[in-house]
Design a protein around this ligand. Sequence first.
Ligand code: ATP
Length: 244
Amino acid sequence: MSLPSHPTLERVAFYGGTFDPVHLGHLAVARAAIERFQLDRIYFVPAFVQPLKVKQRVTHFYHRYAMLALALQGEPRFVPSLLEAPESIRASGAQASYTVDTLHRLRNLLPSTTRLFCILGMDAFQHIAKWRQPVELLKAAEFIVASRPGFPLDGVAMALPESLRPTLAATRRLHKSGAFAGKGISIHLLEGVYNDVSATAIRRAARNGHGLERLVPPPVAEYIQRVGLYDGPAEAGAPEPPHQ
Ligand code: ATP
């Protein structure tokens, strides 16, 4: 469903993720969202994950950011963002980045008339009730939930925290119209994106020396190869630099 256009209301989206690495699935979702919801800008926000806090090591933030910058070249409405850079997160005293906090920070940086959206794939949205302050989070932006192979959108309503779940009739309307607004939240469904690419598969392919050309934009494939980003042991990610 398209949103009605209004000349003075800017529409800006937050698109968070690990982006380890950014891939064609992310870009397909972003392009579909720009078109369907007439967005003016999408901020791609790589998350800072405290290396000691996670079981699976994640590639250093600035390698992930560099790949995003390369992938988003020539896309004027796609902006790589440092909102969750390690320096910003540490300055706030936090150990990790939480979407609810970043959305509040972004909201404060934008004019009050700007409509703020948050883009998520269904594989992530299905766990939204377990995220930090889920009710506040869902009220902090309008959510665009994208389909992903293996993760159909039928489960959107049930994934919400109980207090925010629409009635059965409203859930039916959500699936018919593609949108739900009520209880202080707004959800938009982004159907029809079925790009079967995952960062896990890309890291595995890189490690096995397989070509990445059909999985990531060419400059990203070249960067991965040049830096030897995923050459280490399985799921180790690139080593953290010594100053970390
Ligand atoms: P990994 O395989 O390491 O779990 P990923 O491919 O899921 O990574 P993330 O950076 O974790 O990539 O994803 C960021 C966001 O993009 C999430 O909301 C996720 O649901 C969404 N996303 C990623 N790939 C796709 C895809 N192929 N189709 C739709 N949504 C996607």
